[in-house]
Design a protein around this ligand. Structure first.
Ligand SMILES: *[C@@H]1O[C@H](CO)[C@@H](O)[C@H](O)[C@H]1NC(C)=O
Ligand SMILES: *[C@@H]1O[C@H](CO)[C@@H](O)[C@H](O)[C@H]1NC(C)=O
Length: 532
């Protein structure tokens, strides 16, 4: 009994001692402090500008002739939005001969507010530029006949990790002693191996010097140079400066995490027919129009009985919409068009999402397999179909979008009907920038761009403007959905039609148009817009 007590006591004492020892030797990890405030460039621009010798002044006297046909294609300083003057004033003239109209966007604000808006926009824009640009975006010019050999692009390091810098060498120069300096600002240099006859100074620092009397040995040493990123950033670049007597070179090392893929398990066998139920979710937004919505659901079920339908609903007195493979999300009243799209799309778990309006009707021509085929076989992220009106008119609403750089007033936005290219192997499809509100898209890409919930009423192309540069867009006119809503005369409308029209189609001078123009002006930093 006694010996048991003794043992217990001993174990207890031993544990206390052990715990104290562990606590004492617990590594108190020292964290370095970094300054991640936004600030203007680190002077690399200046360095780049000062590095190269002045161009030969005698070149200024050599005459030249401007080739207008080519020079005219170059961007001008600043941009303007110019419309075309109205031609013949016929009914349907805009449909038959679409005319370019120009719209200034600053009119979204009161003249008294405008200066304040400009100032705030300029401040936000400056911050955006600082966040979005890296030294890898700067122009670097290589000196003529530089004896320095180095990688011009493609060097990449993970944040806080180490790499060997490939491709470094010094070409033959008559010298007694060869010296090479390395400098960086977000990391340090070192040598992974030492070579005889080469002196290394500053290893483990941001400035390292190599010197040797024997060029082959120096070049051997250059194969072992490492770069270690020391200042964490998930995606930026460091500019490395390489210097030998009389010559200087710069190159960038990209610092970034690998891109995390978002893959979707689509089940089944890829070689067999596409199973739309496992690949596609149909998303829609409804507001008051429950009978139309039910017609849409019934028409979908005729062709795709097990595809999931996600419905976002911001009606004032929501009605229950239920059934197999239906998800109905009720939102606060009048949250609006883009908020609904955003909510619906956020709930999609399949690889693709099909956007439809709640007054569309699926028919035998609504072959989603064809749209899936296009996205599976091309680099497109989003492909639009066609919408057939009750009149028989079919629309694809293809739009090209381009942005012309402006100065302090902002950029110019140009939208035109049409497309860029036909697509090889898909004779009914083209590449463009914006399409109709019937499209199939990669879910992750749509979620990445998002639908700005501030656009509550009339909005559609705004999504494609936000997605410019992120979305690769196509349009196919052989996948057709029907549009159920006929254009009704005011006296033929029901109460719910009228309420719907009031929210959905506000007059041009309304707050909704001001909101839209205000966002183009401030958020996207445009000064004006032309379209046809
Ligand atoms: C290399 O750096 C050292 C110290 O910073 C400097 O004294 C030397 O002139 C540099 N050499 C070259 C070739 O630039
Ligand atoms: C397609 O997927 C759904 C849902 O996983 C499944 O119920 C259905 O049987 C599949 N259809 C085919 C033809 O494999």
């Amino acid at each position: 009994m006694r010996s048991l007590h003794k043992t217990v006591l001993l174990v207890l004492v031993a544990s206390v001692v052990l715990v104290l020892a562990v606590l004492h030797s617990w590594p108190t990890r020292a964290y370095s402090t970094v300054d991640v405030r936004q600030r203007p460039g680190t002077g690399v621009e200046r360095l780049l500008a000062e590095r190269l010798p002045e161009p030969d002044p005698s070149a200024g006297t050599i005459p030249y002739h401007v080739r207008e046909s080519v020079a005219g294609l170059l961007a001008h300083n600043g941009c303007v939005c110019e419309g075309e003057r109205a031609g013949v004033n016929l009914p349907f003239a805009q449909l038959l001969f679409p005319r370019v109209s120009a719209h200034p966007l600053h009119t979204a604000f009161q003249p008294s507010q405008l200066d304040e808006m400009k100032r705030r926009r300029a401040k936000e824009y400056q911050g955006f530029q600082m966040r979005s640009q890296t030294p890898a975006d700067l122009l670097i010019v290589t000196e003529a006949n530089s004896p320095l050999q180095y990688p011009t692009q493609g060097v990449e390091v993970r944040p806080l990790k180490t790499i060997l810098i490939p491709g470094l060498a010094l070409k033959d120069l008559p010298r007694d002693i060869y010296t090479l300096n390395f400098s960086a600002s977000l990391g340090t240099f070192n040598v992974a191996a030492e070579v005889e006859g080469v002196k290394v100074r500053g290893d483990g620092e941001m400035h390292m010097t190599l010197s040797s009397c024997v060029l082959p040995n120096l070049n051997r040493q250059l194969q072992f140079i490492t770069y270690t990123n020391t200042l964490f950033h998930p995606s930026t670049a460091d500019t490395v400066q390489l210097e030998t007597e009389g010559h200087q070179a710069l190159f960038t090392i990209k610092i970034r995490h690998g891109v995390t893929p978002r893959l979707y398990n689509t089940g089944g066998d890829a070689d067999k027919e596409y199973n739309i139920s496992t690949l596609v979710t149909i998303a829609t937004k409804t507001f008051l129009r429950y009978n139309k919505l039910q017609d849409l659901i019934d028409s979908i079920r005729r062709y795709y009985p097990t595809v999931t339908i996600v419905i976002a609903d911001d009606s004032e007195n929501p009605k229950m919409v239920s059934g197999p493979y239906i998800e109905h999300y009720v939102m606060p009243f009048g949250k609006g068009w883009f908020a609904g799209r955003n909510l619906a799309v956020s709930q999609v778990t399949t690889k693709y999402v099909l956007w439809v309006d709640d007054d569309f009707i699926f028919t035998a021509n609504t072959k989603l397999e064809k749209l899936v085929e296009v996205l599976e076989k091309t680099t497109l992220d989003l492909v639009g179909g066609a919408v057939r009106e009750a009149t028989g008119y079919t629309a694809t609403y293809r739009q090209t979008i381009s942005i012309e750089a402006g100065e302090e007033e902002g950029d110019c936005l140009h939208m035109r009907r049409g497309f860029h290219h036909a697509i090889d192997g898909f004779p009914n499809c083209v590449v463009t920038d914006g399409v109709i509100n019937f499209f199939l898209a990669r879910t992750d890409k749509v979620q990445q761009v998002g639908f700005d919930p501030r656009l509550a009423r009339v909005a559609h192309m705004e999504f494609f403007i936000d997605g410019l540069g992120a979305l690769h867009v196509g349009s196919c006119d052989d996948v057709i959905v029907n549009h159920a809503t006929k254009i009704k005369l005011p006296w033929g409308q029901t109460e719910s039609d009228k309420t719907y029209a009031k929210f959905r189609y506000p007059p041009a001078s309304s707050d909704a148009t001001h909101t839209k123009n205000g966002l183009l002006y401030f958020k996207n930093r445009f000064q004006c817009l032309t379209r046809n």
